[in-house]
Design a protein around this ligand. Sequence first.
Ligand SMILES: NC(=O)c1ccc[n+]([C@@H]2O[C@H](COP(=O)([O-])OP(=O)(O)OC[C@H]3O[C@@H](n4cnc5c(N)ncnc54)[C@H](O)[C@@H]3O)[C@@H](O)[C@H]2O)c1
Ligand SMILES: O=CCCC(=O)C(=O)O
Length: 507
Amino acid sequence: MKITGELLIGNQTRMGENGTLTCVEAATGKALSGAFGGASAADLDEAVRLAWQAFFAYRETALADRAAFLEKAAANILAIGDPLIERAMAESGLPRARLEGERMRTVNQLRLFAGVVREGAFQDLRFDPADAARTPPKPDLRLRKVGLGPVAVFGASNFPLAFSVAGGDTASALAAGCPVVVKAHPAHPGTSELVARAVQQAVIDCGMPAGTFSMLHDTGYEIGSALVAHPLIRAVGFTGSRRGGLALVDIAAKRDMPIPVYAEMSAINPVLLFPEALKARGGKIGAAFAASLTLGAGQFCTNPGLILAVEGEGLEAFKASAVEALKAIPAQTMLTSGICKAYREGVAKLVGHSDVTKLAEGQEGDDYHGQAALFETTATSFLKDKSLHDEVFGGAGLIVKCRDMAELETVVDGIEGQLTVALHIDEADYPAAAKLLPKLEMLAGRLLVNGFGTGVEVSPAMVHGGPYPATSDVRSTSVGTLAIDRFLRPVSYQDMPADLLPDALRG
Ligand SMILES: NC(=O)c1ccc[n+]([C@@H]2O[C@H](COP(=O)([O-])OP(=O)(O)OC[C@H]3O[C@@H](n4cnc5c(N)ncnc54)[C@H](O)[C@@H]3O)[C@@H](O)[C@H]2O)c1
Ligand SMILES: O=CCCC(=O)C(=O)O
């Protein structure tokens, strides 16, 4: 499959003429092949209008046909073969094994949603029969959930497959019966085109309406912003920075018809080390923490950036093994030089902070490679200075040393919304953990025990979401089968003649 740099608008392709996007090898900054044409306002309008037209037919496709389409998209992505992996490696700097795993996650996610569609429970069909004998008479009520309408998807830089063109947002929106218009991430436009062509081909192969899927490039923020503002777009999926997510939330809120924006933004994912667990195996936990902190150069929204623990021998053992492990970690290629620069600036702020001590650094980095780092501060300092709560996107962690569990609880009270909270506990810690759990439920979308949040399972019981600023809508998840709910709305049919009812609600 060739990368042409074209836009994919419905079943057509054409070169965008609103500026040109070029891209570079993440590891070196050297130019990569391909020039990607930016979409104009007219291209955008055409893609969205096609999506709107497609919506009415697409949302009523037989569930088996919609499921087969998702499976075909998965098969077409796999069929691209190694060129997809090689392009993604060059554009993102992520290693082959990681990207091969991510490709399977993407493919299996599409297949999982195919299963959800085929099974049909997502429609939440409800039947509440009439009762003419009741006073007042009770009407016949039936309910189903339908797709919201065309969805704008902003691919994430850090998961160029599983959170990008055919990632969780696209898979769940298509499963819900919503056409998708993707705004490709500028850091991996070639990867985006390859995957988009696979999805476009699936639309054609399966006879889905033209307009079910489109993908646009933007040389700046103009087209992405206009996409969210377009009156025929009915929801937005986004993974990226807090600033970017909030900009889209703001645009969506100012429309004549405001729409939901499901933005997954920043998190530091606190890890709580309880005293008995620390005492029994502080060293072991420290080594496991270092591995999770530096996975993918730390560029995971689930990265464990904050450690909370009570001071003592157990914490010292944790620190010693984390420090030893981190010192040996080579600098890793970051997704873009901009992300690397932001990371270095974040680390420099911690280095220059008078209340923060640097405990360890990994091997030295450069403008493209991030150097891991571990810092420590006290609970008092952390509570006093909110800037210490900021996400440093990359392999940097901060330990907050507490005097006792009461102080640790006060720190928990001062933290903003998160995707995950990890608890390291032994049985003797259960009473202390039980006391904190109600607060932790309010803090994050996923609570996990004796592990770290990196490596999200795509499953029916997964929540990859959480209170602001982890996401812009605490009621949702962007991973797992429940993600489909973001793009559905309930419609009730009262005393509707059977002939007029949707098939699923007859009988
Ligand atoms: N939490 C996470 O999972 C996560 C993932 C990736 C990046 N990040 C953070 O984001 C920073 C930058 O990385 P990035 O480029 O991937 O994220 P980003 O938020 O800058 O961009 C994500 C997407 O949104 C678009 N966008 C951003 N701001 C916009 C605006 N104002 N109007 C319209 N469109 C806009 C971009 O063009 C891109 O397509 C990183 O350094 C990191 O701090 C966080
Ligand atoms: O970066 C956001 C997603 C993280 C994830 O999916 C994972 O940890 O597996």
